[in-house]
Each structure stands twice: as C-alpha cells, then as structure tokens.
Design a binder for this molecule. Structure first.
Ligand SMILES: NC(=O)c1ccc[n+]([C@@H]2O[C@H](COP(=O)([O-])OP(=O)(O)OC[C@H]3O[C@@H](n4cnc5c(N)ncnc54)[C@H](OP(=O)(O)O)[C@@H]3O)[C@@H](O)[C@H]2O)c1
Length: 242
C-alpha cells in the first residue's frame, strides 16, 4: 500500500490525544489523511498536535456532553471517516462491589458517547466513508471483575451490525483490543498494574501485551478497506482464546 493512500480523507478521532487514539491519528496522518483530534484536556491536545504533525488539527470536546459533541461535528465537517476511542478510565472490579454511580458512569463514559457520536456524525460523513468504534476484549471474555466493562463494550459490539446496515453505504466496524499498555492503566496502583501486565503477557499466545500502534494498524485496515463492514475485529494477541 502506498504511504499516501488516505490523501483524500478527513478523519475525526474522538479520543485522539492519548493511547490508541493518538497512535491512530499519527498512523492515518502518516498515510496522508487530514486528521481532527477531539479530547478534553488542552495540554494533551497540544502535545498530540505536535506528535501527529501538520496534517492534524485539534478541537476541545467533552464527548459526554451532547452540545459539545454537536459543536465538534458542526465545526469539524465535512468528514470522510470517524474513529471513536473515548472512555472513562477504570470500571473494573467485582460486580457485587460496584456502586450505582460507577455503574451508570461506565455507560455514560463510553457506550452513550460512542452511540451519540455515530448519530451526530452521520450528516457530515461522506457516503463512501466509515465509522470505527474501539470496544474491548472483555466483551468476548469471561474475566472475573469485568462484568461492567464487558456490558459497556458488549452493548457497542451488538450495535455494529445493525448500524452497518442502517447507515450503508457508510461502513461501520469495531476493533476490540486486548490488553494494551497505555495510560488507561494509570488508574491502577503501580504494583497491581505491573502484575496484571506480566500475567496477561504470559497468558497471551503472542507472549506479550499490545502497544497502541498494534491497535492503530487494525483500525487503519478497517478505515482503508472499502469492502469490510459490520465486523468486530479482535486485536488482542489471541488473549480471548485462552
Ligand atoms: N488500554 C487497554 O488495555 C484497552 C483494552 C481494551 C479496550 N480499550 C479501549 O480502547 C479505547 C482507548 O483506550 P486507551 O488505552 O487509548 O485510553 P487512554 O490512553 O485513556 O485514551 C483515552 C482518550 O479518550 C479521551 N477521552 C476520554 N473521555 C473523553 C471524553 N468524555 N470526551 C473527549 N475525549 C475523551 C482522552 O482524552 P482526555 O482525557 O483529555 O479527554 C484520551 O485521549 C477505550 O475505549 C478503551 O476502553 C483499551
């Protein structure tokens, strides 16, 4: 594939100022796309713009706020493609210990913003374009302590097929990452994080955890391939098979 295969594309990456979203913005930009990055923290956005380079612009956005999302699409369009990675951090723990605020917050921080972003992006999204959501391998696993994460991400994965048919000819897909070493894990105490990384790396058939760039490559494949729609693509080093 040529290095400028996405030259005529304008991709919005919601959550593009860190981790998987940032790696995706950088990769798509390197392949020739114009990229608009949305996130809340202005310093992170500034750093992301520098990291991605001159084909990137940033817009402050709180994807949990309906008006903020509306403004983002009004001011960013027209777009060819949308990638959504936003989430609240945290959300793991025993189901019996989960308080009401955490449970509702898990959906408010990911499921609702992703589905709203899809709906609000459509009027400004090219018919030949694509939408790629980033879900999570917990939705297809049976890991104790991940019921809420599995539900939040499973709801999005269930929405992919109906959206792909409803919004056609636009394509709608999801990438479902396994354990990826990003700042998402900063919520965990250092010892617990190290232990989790070591355990998952040992368990994964590829014998390592993922890097943000691994997931960016999977997202880019779905953005670029005009014949794939309605799929949830695992990018987890085979962890779901163990
Ligand atoms: N890392 C993993 O092991 C892993 C595994 C499975 C699935 N995933 C999924 O992959 C996605 C990306 O995760 P990551 O590891 O890249 O996390 P991350 O490093 O924490 O990045 C999250 C990004 O989303 C933005 N964001 C969060 N809430 C937002 C909001 N309300 N409005 C706008 N932007 C918001 C953050 O910027 P601001 O905070 O500045 O807004 C940041 O740019 C998430 O959906 C996560 O569930 C990650």
């Amino acid at each position: 594939m040529s290095s400028n295969s996405l030259e005529d594309r304008h991709v919005a990456v919601l959550g593009g100022s860190s981790g998987i979203g940032l790696a995706t913005a950088r990769l798509l930009s390197a392949r020739g796309a114009r990229v608009t990055i949305g996130g809340r923290n202005p310093e992170r956005l500034r750093a992301a713009a520098e990291h991605v380079g001159e084909r990137a612009q940033t817009r402050q956005l709180d994807a949990e706020e309906l008006d903020s999302l509306r403004r983002f699409f009004d001011e960013s369009g027209p777009l060819t493609d949308l990638v959504v990675t936003v989430t609240r951090r945290g959300g793991a723990g025993p189901a019996t210990k989960m308080c009401e605020a955490d449970l509702l917050g898990a959906f408010a921080g990911k499921t609702v913003p992703h589905l709203r972003a899809v709906a609000l992006a459509v009027p400004t999204l090219a018919e030949h374009g694509s939408i790629t959501l980033v879900t999570a391998g917990s939705a297809q696993s049976a890991l104790p302590g991940t019921a809420a994460l599995a539900a939040v991400n499973g709801a999005l994965e269930a929405a992919v097929a109906p959206l792909a048919v409803e919004l056609a000819p636009r394509r709608v897909n999801a990438v479902s990452p396994g354990v990826i070493e990003t700042a998402w894990w900063d919520e965990f105490p250092e010892d617990a994080r190290r232990e989790a990384f070591a355990t998952f790396a040992e368990r994964a058939p590829v014998a390592r955890n993922g890097r943000a760039h691994d997931v960016a490559l999977a997202i880019a494949a779905l953005v670029e391939n005009g014949f794939i729609t309605g799929v949830v693509l695992p990018c987890d080093g085979g962890l779901r098979l163990t």
